[in-house]
Write a protein that binds this ligand. Structure first.
Ligand code: GLN
Length: 489
């Protein structure tokens, strides 16, 4: 039963061919079998899941089912869940049990989904392999004897969804944390337009960039999840006033409809070194698009290669301010010192891991009066220029495609420096700086038997067409989206 996509499962649930309880039990069994090895959940909630499932079954019996009634999902452990520990993968919040529900997790409850547990991630979502988690890194279910990364920071969700330990789930994308992990685990990862999905109740990393979004095995499933996540929220001041994303059932075709589609390829990315596999796959998918009638156009985003530098100034700056609240006074870890200042120091020294401390030090430095103009303001200008360039590019084309990363998943024990990790975000950060929607969709299989993804990027609030094109590309990818195959059963 864990083979089913969300769309397929909903049909079977509606026709009462399967029950939500059976579907949930199958996933709980899968978690019992592989959960420890994959380390994809920080907290599992099987009793809650079975309660959710039986409520869903009752609604099916009464003829009053909700949109996603009975679908078992994983919630990134960055979204506050009432009465369920929410850690952000940090020692600082190891025992934090919120008294409130984030808007996103509330929307999943309202849609009738079944909560299987809180998915692992990088500490405070800072990282690329989920290795900065206080609870240890999640592992990819692909070629699992090799212990490959499932990516980061939403690596617990990708490990769970790719391995059949959830049918779909949530991530957050500040600089690529949904798209990169999805791309190396054969999944669909959606970074919606900034402002489409509420950040309220989601542990903040860099507020002007943080974007909640769905992760699933097919684009149709991801679109369905996005439709329940999207919407204006008065509690989030950056939520778009008219935010909505509606879909009746499946995404409609975007090519072959008689209307010419212009697809842009970013000139500046052409000179970036990528693996021969990624190059071959990207070129084949472009060729498919051409033969499906799309017009391929060359577009320029002149400052796109500076996006990385701007991001690694802006994101730490915002993080240093957001994380100032963890001082041991109101909630979270507290290590008593000799006086107030000593308590702050001891709490923060013990509660945060190395990467989080590195970001706070960088962030505090770039915001200091000596550095503010040279670093922070410059980065803000680069950000503005990149956003303007995207706008200009979208006068030449309807959608843009580019790789999601340079190569397939690396082993977790790869020895990379912080700068080498940061460089892996090259293809993803610009879209966060510009606030535009971007989806990573499976694009092809590399020689080593691992999947690779590519991105579709659109104008702000053009999330629908971005997904429609992503669906078209996934159909040609040859990447299997069934978890049983991945686990070699
Ligand atoms: N890898 C990036 C970073 O470490 C992106 C993280 C994210 O999107 N949350 O900041």
């Amino acid at each position: 039963m864990i083979d089913l996509t969300i769309t397929e499962a909903l049909k079977k649930l509606k026709s009462r061919e399967i029950s939500a309880t059976e579907l949930t039990r199958a996933h709980i069994a899968r978690i019992e079998k592989y959960g420890t090895e994959l380390n994809c959940y920080i907290t599992t909630t099987p009793e809650r899941a079975l309660r959710d499932a039986s409520a869903a079954d009752e609604r099916y019996a009464n003829g009053t089912p909700r949109v996603l009634d009975g679908i078992p999902i994983a919630m990134k452990d960055l979204f506050a869940t009432r009465g369920i520990r929410t850690t952000a993968a940090s020692r600082m919040l190891e025992n934090f049990v919120p008294e409130y529900e984030s808007t996103i997790s509330q929307k999943y409850i309202d849609a009738g989904t079944v909560l299987l547990g809180k998915a692992n991630l990088d500490e405070f979502a800072m990282g690329t392999f989920s290795k900065t988690s206080y609870f240890g890194a999640p592992v990819s279910p692909w070629q699992r004897e090799r212990r490959l990364t499932a990516g980061g920071s939403s690596g617990g969700t990708t490990s769970a969804v790719a391995g059949g330990l959830a049918m779909g789930g949530t991530g957050t994308d500040t600089g690529g944390s949904i798209r990169f992990p999805a791309s190396i685990t054969g999944l669909v990862g959606v970074k919606p337009t900034y402002g489409l999905c509420s950040r309220w109740g989601c542990v903040a990393f860099a507020s002007s960039l943080d974007t909640p979004g769905p992760i699933a095995r097919t684009v149709d499933d991801a679109a369905l999840l996005l439709s329940i996540m999207a919407g204006h929220d008065d509690k989030d001041s950056t939520s778009a006033p008219d935010a909505h994303f509606d879909i009746d059932s499946e995404l409609k075709p975007i090519l072959g409809t008689g209307k010419k589609l212009r697809i842009g390829v970013i000139r500046e990315f052409q000179n970036v070194e990528i693996s021969p596999d990624m190059k071959r796959i990207f070129e084949s998918r472009i060729a498919d698009l051409k033969s499906a009638g799309a017009e391929i156009v060359d577009v320029s985003i002149p400052n796109i290669l500076d996006a990385l530098a701007a991001y690694y100034i802006i994101a730490p700056a915002e993080a240093s301010s957001n994380l100032a609240r963890y001082d041991g006074m109101r909630y979270g870890l507290r290590v008593d010192g000799t006086d107030l200042i000593d308590t702050y120091k001891k709490t923060r020294a013990a509660g945060f891991g190395d990467e989080v401390k590195r970001r706070m030090i960088i962030g505090t430095a770039v915001l200091s009066s000596e550095s503010y103009d040279v670093y922070f303001m410059q980065a803000a200008r680069v950000r503005r220029m990149i956003a303007d360039s995207f706008n200009r590019a979208f006068e030449m084309c309807d959608l843009i495609v580019c790789p999601s990363g340079a190569s397939t998943a690396m082993p977790l024990d790869s020895d990379l420096s912080p700068l080498e990790y940061y460089a892996l975000d090259l293809f993803t950060v610009a879209m966060n700086l510009a606030g535009v929607p971007a989806v990573s969709t499976p694009a092809g299989m590399a020689e080593n038997g691992l999947p690779l993804g590519m991105q579709v990027v659109g104008r702000r609030f053009d999330d629908m067409r971005v997904l429609q094109l992503a669906k078209h590309i996934q159909q040609f990818s040859g990447v299997n989206n069934r978890p049983t195959v991945i686990m070699g059963e």
